[in-house]
Design a protein around this ligand. Sequence first.
Ligand code: HEC
Length: 122
Amino acid sequence: MVSRKTLSVLTALLVMGFISVLVILSMLGGVDNYTPTTDNPVVIFSDACARCHGERGLGGSAIGPRLAGVGESIDEVKKQVSEGHGRMPRFPNIRGRALQNLAAYVNELSIHAEETARQREP
Ligand code: HEC
C-alpha cells in the first residue's frame, strides 16, 4: 500500500518534471514553417530573418545577434538555417537554390560589413 506522503512526493516530482520540460522547450527555437516564394535572398532575408537579425543583418533585436561582419561561411549559414541552433528556429522549407542564395547573401553581408568597417578605421 502506497502511503499518502509517498503519493504527494511523487505528484510533486511529476509536476516539477513537467514544468522543466516546458521551460526547456520554450528556450529552444523550434521550427519556422516559412516557405519562400522566390529564390531572391534579399526578399527571403527580409521576410524570414530580419525580424530577429535586423534589416541586412545589422542587428537591433533582443533575440537575434547581428550577422553583418560575423564572417559566417556559406556552409555554416546553411547548417544554421536547416538545423537551427539555440533560440533560432530551423527553416525546413528553405532549401535548394533558395537556401544556397540565402547562404551566399548572408556570407556576403559579413564580408561587406567587414570591408566597410575596415575602410572606416583611421
Ligand atoms: C526567432 C528569431 C530568429 C530568426 C527568425 C532567425 N534567427 Fe538566426 N539566430 C537567432 C539567434 C537567437 C541566434 C544565435 C543562437 C545560437 O546560434 O545559439 C541566431 C544565429 C544565427 C546565425 C549564426 C550567427 C553566429 O554568430 O554564429 C546565422 C548565420 C543566422 N542566425 C542566420 C539566420 C538566417 C539566414 C535567418 C533567416 C532564414 C535567421 N537566422 C532567422 C535568431 C533568429
